[in-house]
Design a protein around this ligand. Structure first.
Ligand SMILES: Cc1cc2nc3c(=O)[nH]c(=O)nc-3n(C[C@H](O)[C@H](O)[C@H](O)COP(=O)(O)OP(=O)(O)OC[C@H]3O[C@@H](n4cnc5c(N)ncnc54)[C@H](O)[C@@H]3O)c2cc1C
Ligand SMILES: NC(=O)c1ccc[n+]([C@@H]2O[C@H](COP(=O)([O-])OP(=O)(O)OC[C@H]3O[C@@H](n4cnc5c(N)ncnc54)[C@H](O)[C@@H]3O)[C@@H](O)[C@H]2O)c1
Length: 496
């Protein structure tokens, strides 16, 4: 795909380094009503990880797995579900979702929005200056009149365990873009990527799936019951779980780079710290992310290379003079989620436009409120949705904490979904003003519940007001009503 820009142009108002969805939003919001010009500098595919290697392909793989599990547990559809998934069709739809790794439509969108695209790997080489190295090795110096926004994202971390890197393990790129389903898989990690990948790998037909988690529970940043319910279901589906376990060495004598999503050679032996040896056809590493900040020229502007780029509530990079350098998305480490990167981008774009017009940004142009209620849905089975703080985080923040929980199986709205519905909800309250500071929902089909919680937290809606927000019958949202009633009973019990 050629660059959609005059090859001799050297100056724009705004340069965005890294063309993921967040970067696109930053460019759009900086330019759309301001008359400013912007360029996206992208080394790979415009749209970034989320579009091709993360959110979109993973959710495309998970949706059929979720559907068939629901169908298998509902009298009337169970027989149809017994025919199983059409794996080839699922992978073909995933390919459609990632647009066969062709970013033409993203480039068309950018050009249509008046945003230019320069292909190549960019580095800061001075104040408001980016030097781009193209695929042919040639360089090109770009200058920003007003601002540079860093949106270089993150990459999968592959630990330095002896033999692991040499074994060419699958990372998130391979497991989301798999073209064959290995028979035996060892999955290392216990976070969001590991839990979601375990769900789709088993669903697509991996026969022996073992998850090795260094921690004592899955999804450790969530309320403890979330990881427990996900672990129960994975076990019930035949996944072997090792907790408090570390991989000490990996051996794969004939590791081969066969391409993304293809088994990378022959049998692989994974040794754990208790001496257990697991034999598999592929090993998948899902042990967290490393920010792409080690080789983007941070040292040229007086910053340390590597690590998360430290930003303030307007996403301006701390430690650099002159109001011109900003960072958004995974690289700033505030919340490694697409929607949070895009939120940061919307604020940044407007901050840049205001400053370019000689105005001070309005007080609302801050990412502080949004970060008080970060929402996240983990698309496992059951799904895990949350916003704001866990009970532990609220206590650590010194709040006057009260909690309430509810078993979501006791609802008409979940009973009609499936007979064996398993789910749980929890609210974390700040007693000082009787508002919600955190909410967690675990259960099939709870993803859409999260936004109501986000609104309640960001809006600091008092519980007395929320009581009048009546959920429809029979929906899963009646969880809110039951949480109110349970809390009321708890409080009356405490004062009786
Ligand atoms: C398997 C998986 C599933 C996920 N699912 C979800 C989900 O369901 N929901 C969710 O909210 N989040 C999800 N995430 C997280 C989400 O993918 C990331 O938070 C998001 O992609 C981060 O976006 P970003 O803007 O930081 O940049 P990235 O998406 O990381 O993209 C950065 C871009 O910058 C480019 N780049 C880097 N350095 C340079 C340079 N020097 N010059 C030019 N270009 C450069 C890269 O080529 C890349 O295109 C998932 C992550 C994984 C791994
Ligand atoms: N649905 C979603 O919103 C979604 C989906 C996938 C990823 N993401 C985002 O992507 C980010 C990265 O996810 P992730 O799962 O890679 O990271 P993570 O930080 O969530 O989890 C890493 C896991 O790896 C384990 N681990 C680390 N080193 C290990 C080692 N040497 N051996 C064994 N286990 C080890 C940790 O104990 C932890 O369980 C997350 O912050 C998440 O928010 C979001």
């Amino acid at each position: 795909m050629p660059a959609s820009v005059d090859p001799d142009r050297t100056e724009w108002d705004v340069i965005v380094l890294g063309g993921a969805a967040a970067g696109e939003n930053a460019a759009q919001y900086a330019t759309q009503f301001s008359g400013l010009s912007a360029v996206l500098v992208e080394a790979a595919l415009l749209g970034g990880e989320c579009s091709y290697w993360a959110c979109m392909p993973s959710k495309g793989l998970l949706r059929p797995v979720e559907l068939i599990d629901d169908a298998a547990h509902l009298p009337g559809t169970a027989k149809a579900a017994a025919h199983g998934l059409d794996v080839d069709a699922v992978l073909a739809r995933r390919d459609t979702i990632v647009k066969n790794l062709d970013d033409t439509s993203q480039v068309d969108w950018a050009v249509g929005a008046g945003i230019d695209v320069v292909r190549g790997y960019g580095r800061l080489t001075g104040e408001r200056q980016i030097t781009v190295t193209g695929q042919d090795g040639g360089t090109r110096v770009l200058t920003a009149r007003h601002a540079v926004v860093i949106d270089t994202g993150s990459s999968a971390t592959v630990p330095g365990t002896p033999g692991l890197r040499e074994a060419l393990p699958w990372t998130s790129h391979d497991v989301t873009n798999l073209h064959e389903v290995p028979r035996r898989v060892v999955l290392v990690g216990g976070g969001v990527v590991a839990c979601e990948a375990a769900t789709w790998l088993r669903g697509l037909g991996v026969e022996e799936l073992t998850l090795v988690n260094r921690g004592d529970r899955l999804l450790a940043r969530q309320e403890p019951f979330a990881g427990e319910l996900v672990a129960d279901k994975l076990r019930a589906d035949g996944v072997h779980l090792y907790s408090n376990a570390s991989v000490t060495s990996v051996q794969r004598p004939d590791a081969r780079d066969t391409g993304t999503g293809r088994t990378h050679g022959g049998e692989v032996r994974v040794t754990l710290d208790d001496g257990t040896v697991l034999t598999a056809d592929e090993v998948v590493v899902a042990t967290g992310r490393t920010p792409n900040s080690g080789d983007i020229g941070l040292d040229a502007v007086g910053l340390r290379a590597g690590g998360y780029v430290d930003v303030d509530d307007q996403q301006q990079v701390r430690g650099v003079e002159g109001d011109w350098l900003y960072a958004i998305g995974d690289v700033c480490g505030k919340a490694l989620l697409t929607h949070m990167g895009k939120y940061q981008a919307r604020i940044v774009g407007e901050v840049i436009a205001a400053r370019a017009a000689g105005k001070a940004p309005e007080p609302g142009l801050s990412t502080a409120a949004g970060h008080s209620a970060v929402p996240q849905v983990t698309f496992t089975n059951p799904e895990v949705g949350s916003a704001g703080l866990t009970e532990q985080q609220a206590r650590e923040a010194g709040l006057d904490v009260e909690t309430v929980e509810f078993d979501m199986a006791a609802l008409a709205g979940t009973y009609v979904q499936r007979d064996d519905y398993v789910g749980r909800a929890k609210l974390v309250l700040d007693r000082s003003d009787d508002t919600i500071v955190g909410a967690t929902f675990v259960g099939p089909g709870i993803a859409e519940m999260v936004h109501a919680a986000t609104i309640a937290i960001v809006g600091k809606v008092p519980l007395a007001t929320l009581w009048h927000a009546v959920p429809s019958y029979p929906t899963v949202s009646e969880t809110w009503l039951r949480l109110h009633e349970t809390l009321n009973a708890q409080r009356r019990g405490a004062t009786a």
